[in-house]
Design a protein around this ligand. Structure first.
Ligand code: MRU
Length: 350
């Protein structure tokens, strides 16, 4: 699995820092950053140096554990207040992916379950919990990959949007997992990767990961998805997710719902792949999912030598959209493939 850069989020050797691969520099530069300060950690998530719902959760867990380690000499009451404050701050870095709050809440519950423990004991327990979150994600991605692989056959064409590969998770990834696992087993797929405007996760990360793994990948602009579907080149769409509501509505990278609508038009099954840590049963429908709005300059000037629009032009830059559950043929989790009606099949997972 070494070609998948699976060490892209880890706890530093001193247990008081977090080491990440800066994904904003890929594919041109492989550079690791050591994060120590709360602001560096917040900024790394906010600016997508580490990104993808499960990877954000893993990173946040390591960040809080590292910050706890740094503060283990504080008085117990002050330590707990600090822990809560730092957790809230990390949680405010991005709103849409539920894995962020899910991981931080797991660590918070761990600390809460040790009322008599010293700060040093709590810091050690948080480290173990963060490592467990990471290890569980590796296992979940492998299981998702196996289930997803049953949905396609050798030679199939698959369209994906954004990046739900190893860089967004750990090891195999979710939407890319079946393709990578299949490749390891000698299968060949023809993958079409949407470039994913405006931050180009498809171009910079998905095509990079698939190419390096020896998967046949063709990069297309987002507005070419209809064309490749009409050409008959796509047998299935595989995408990841940032938060799945109780009724199966799924938030994922902006543009995903358009792909689902196109797939419906062309009679192509559209699958969402994600771990149960991305399913939020407290969220009744997609209307309850907060969608992150980002800097207009991502549309106008980022990646261009000069601005591509007048400075006074207004931009609307939502980072995610919600795909209606009626457009989704199946939601692939580590526990199996959920089918409609999702209100029942998702609830049965827990
Ligand atoms: O803004 P990003 O790059 O964090 O968005 C990532 C996605 O939308 C992924 O598809 C999603 O997080 C699933 S990752 C397994």
């Amino acid at each position: 699995m070494s070609q998948y850069l699976s060490d892209h989020v880890r706890l530093g050797d001193d247990c008081a820092s977090v080491v990440i691969l800066d994904q904003t520099l890929l594919p041109n530069e492989v550079k690791y950053l050591t994060l120590r300060e709360p602001e560096e950690m917040f900024e790394a998530i906010r600016l997508l140096r580490v990104r993808g719902a499960p990877a954000i959760g893993i990173c946040a867990g390591y960040c809080l554990a590292a910050l706890a380690e740094q503060r283990k000499n504080l008085a117990p009451a002050q330590f707990r207040v600090e822990l809560h404050r730092l957790s809230q701050h990390l949680n405010s870095s991005r709103p849409t992916a539920v894995n962020l709050s899910w991981a931080l809440n797991r660590l918070g519950a761990q600390a809460h379950s040790m009322p008599e423990a010293s700060p040093a004991q709590i810091a050690a327990a948080l480290r173990d919990e963060a490592i467990a979150i990471h290890q569980e994600d590796i296992a979940m991605c492998k299981a998702i990959s196996g289930h997803g692989l049953t949905l396609i056959k050798d030679g199939d064409g698959v369209l994906t949007h954004c990046n739900a590969g190893p860089l967004a998770t750990s090891q195999y990834g979710t939407a890319l997992g079946p393709l990578l696992l299949g490749r390891e087993r000698g299968m060949n797929f023809h993958v079409f990767a949407d470039e994913t405007r405006p931050l180009l996760q498809g171009a910079r990360l998905t095509s990079y990961e698939l190419q390096r793994a020896g998967v046949d990948v063709t990069l297309i602009c987002d507005n070419m998805a209809s064309m490749v579907m009409k050409n008959g080149w796509i047998n299935a769409c595989f995408v990841g997710c940032d938060r799945v509501a109780a009724n199966g509505d799924a938030a994922n990278k902006i543009g995903t719902s358009g792909v689902a609508i196109l797939a419906k038009h062309y009679g192509i099954p559209f699958y969402v792949l994600g771990p149960t840590s991305t399913i939020d049963l407290n969220c009744p429908t997609g209307d309850n999912i907060q969608i992150e709005l980002r800097d207009p300059e991502e549309i106008k000037s980022k990646f261009y030598a000069q601005s591509m629009a007048l400075p006074e032009v207004k931009c609307y830059n939502p980072a995610f959209d919600v795909t209606d559950h009626a457009l989704i043929a199946g939601i692939v989790t580590e526990k199996g493939i959920c089918r409609p009606p999702y209100t029942q099949s998702l609830a049965a997972l827990f």
